[in-house]
Design a protein around this ligand. Structure first.
Ligand code: NAD
Length: 495
């Protein structure tokens, strides 16, 4: 088995990692820095610049210059070739990228490594999309006199803001369609997990990405993030993060009416019907929440189970949870890694207390996880609450931690109403061996994605996103390209 800890020390030794603006690796103009600490043990990995509005100004100017300069002359085939080169370099450095992610944000290494098909697939999917952009010739009311057509143009400078829970996939999903369409990017990673994004920028630069096409400004959301969201020189904001921040960004974007797409939070239902294949459904329903320690926007955290099988099913999920191994992300057999920060762990601990206080029963977990091998980190036991009712805070609020709330139901109509009774609409899961029931539920659930007899599948070619307060816009699929393109109508008097 590979010894990741030796490689970890070589990768990050507490030194300074600059950010990328206009092809140059820079400090913040203020000279200030932020610490990047390993959430699994508290050790200092590195420091990064604490970019502020002056740095955002410089990055937006660089992105504008590149957009109007040499980058605008790149043909679709040249942009495609560039994305394919980037994909090859990613493949060659995949293990280092995954190790960086595991150290910086805690995701177990087995999970980061397993994401390669998705991330490399994204780069190659958008490489394919780059050469498919086209307009239309449209017959009008003046045949023979006026010729009308459309062309598709890149929207311009894109401001991208991402959270900490999936830095590799999160940043590639913002950058790759920009390269495919000919946009330029200013990317603000989360202050909790910037190191892998800087590594990604380095790989792209080495693959030949021209100066200014991708700029990465590290810094706080309230400073660098807010400055980017309200910047008059930015044409579009693509954001992934919490619903509250998404609302602030939508408000900030009104200054120059920049376009906005938002991938936000969720409180997704998983519905287990009485005819479900219990054996197969238990581990999937459990990992629908416990993967990445519950720090997943699509977490299926409301587990609705048909009353006939409720007690048995929920008990089996609890037993599965109790057997998950909690540990450092770089240990190859870890199932549950750390929570990103002390602040986030405290927030989750608040829900662990609120559940029983409001009448829920702890079937497993319910506490902060402790042990010699967890010293200095932020770990939470995978938790299953039984006896939950729809009004309890654990059934209503996004916890973003390893917590399942189990709720019994009696009829399909009832569960549809209850599952949809949330401000969110990101994802949903259905377990049933009856084709008709599965179809009915898939159509009636209000969510951007519904998985049947499975969970979590995300593919570069399939659109992903939310409805209601889980946001608007889609990532993945041809829909994603539309987010980065404008349509221009051209009229020619041929008379
Ligand atoms: P967050 O909203 O606190 O932060 C996300 C990003 O926004 C960070 O880079 C942060 O620095 C920045 N930010 C914060 N305040 C800002 C402001 N006022 N203006 C501009 N930028 C600002 O979210 P988080 O805690 O990092 O991530 C967890 C949240 O993200 C959860 O709600 C989760 O559901 C959501 N999420 C959604 C998806 C999805 O695809 N739908 C994916 C992952 C995470």
């Amino acid at each position: 088995m590979k010894d990741w800890s030796a490689l970890a020390t070589e990768l990050y030794d507490g030194g300074f990692h600059p950010m990328l603006i206009n092809g140059e690796w820079r400090e913040a103009q203020s000279g200030k820095t932020i610490e990047a600490r390993n959430p699994a043990n508290g050790s200092l990995l590195a420091t990064v610049p604490k970019g502020e509005s002056a740095d955002i100004d410089a990055a937006v100017a660089a992105a504008r210059k590149a957009f109007e300069g040499p980058w605008s002359k790149f043909t679709p085939f040249e942009r495609q070739a560039l994305l394919l080169r980037i994909a090859d370099k990613f493949e060659a450095e995949w293990e280092t990228l995954c190790l960086s992610d595991t150290l910086d944000m805690g995701m177990p290494i087995q999970r980061t490594l397993a994401n390669s098909r998705r991330v490399l697939g994204m780069l190659r999917f958008y490489a394919g999309q780059a050469v498919t952009i086209h307009g239309s010739t449209i017959p009008n009311s003046f045949p023979g006199e006026i010729y009308s057509s459309t062309v598709r143009e890149p929207v311009g400078v894109v401001g991208a803001i991402i959270p900490w829970n999936a830095p590799i996939a999160g940043s590639i999903w913002k950058i790759a369609p920009a390269i495919a369409t000919g946009c330029t990017v200013v990317l603000k990673p989360s202050e909790e997990a910037s190191l892998t994004v800087l590594m990604i920028a380095r790989i792209m630069q080495e693959a030949g990405l021209p100066d200014g096409v991708l700029n990465v400004v590290t810094g706080l959301g309230s400073e660098a993030g807010a400055a980017l969201a309200e910047h008059q020189g930015v044409d579009k904001i693509v954001f992934t993060g919490s619903t509250a921040t998404g609302q602030a960004i939508a408000r900030a974007a009104t200054g120059n009416l920049k376009k906005v797409s938002l991938e936000l939070g969720g409180k997704s239902p998983v519905i287990v019907c009485k005819d479900a294949d219990i054996e197969k459904a238990v581990p999937v329903a459990a990992m629908a929440v416990f993967a990445n320690s519950g720090q997943i926007c699509i977490a299926g955290s409301r587990l609705f189970v048909a009353r006939e099988i409720h007690d048995e099913f929920v008990q089996r999920v609890a037993t599965f949870a109790a057997n998950l191994k909690i540990g450092q992300g770089i240990d190859a057999d870890t199932d549950i890694g750390p929570i990103i920060s002390a602040r986030q762990a405290e927030r989750i601990a608040g829900f662990l207390a609120a559940g029983p206080n409001e009448g829920a029963e702890v079937l497993t977990g319910g506490c902060i996880a402790e042990g010699d091998h967890l010293q200095g980190g932020h770990f939470i036991q995978p938790t299953v609450f039984g006896g939950v009712t729809d009004e309890m805070s654990v059934a209503r609020e996004e916890i973003f931690g390893p917590v399942i709330s189990a709720l019994p139901f009696d009829t399909i109509d009832e569960v549809v109403t209850r599952a949809n009774a949330t401000p969110y609409g990101l994802a949903a899961g259905v377990f049933s061996t009856h084709l008709g029931t599965a179809h009915k539920l898939a159509h009636r659930l209000k969510a951007g994605s519904v998985w049947v007899n499975m969970y979590h599948a995300i593919d570069p070619a399939v659109p992903f996103g939310g409805v209601k307060m889980s946001g608007y816009g889609r990532e993945g699929g041809t829909e994603h390209m539309e987010e980065y393109l404008d349509t221009k109508a051209i009229w020619i008097n041929t008379d």
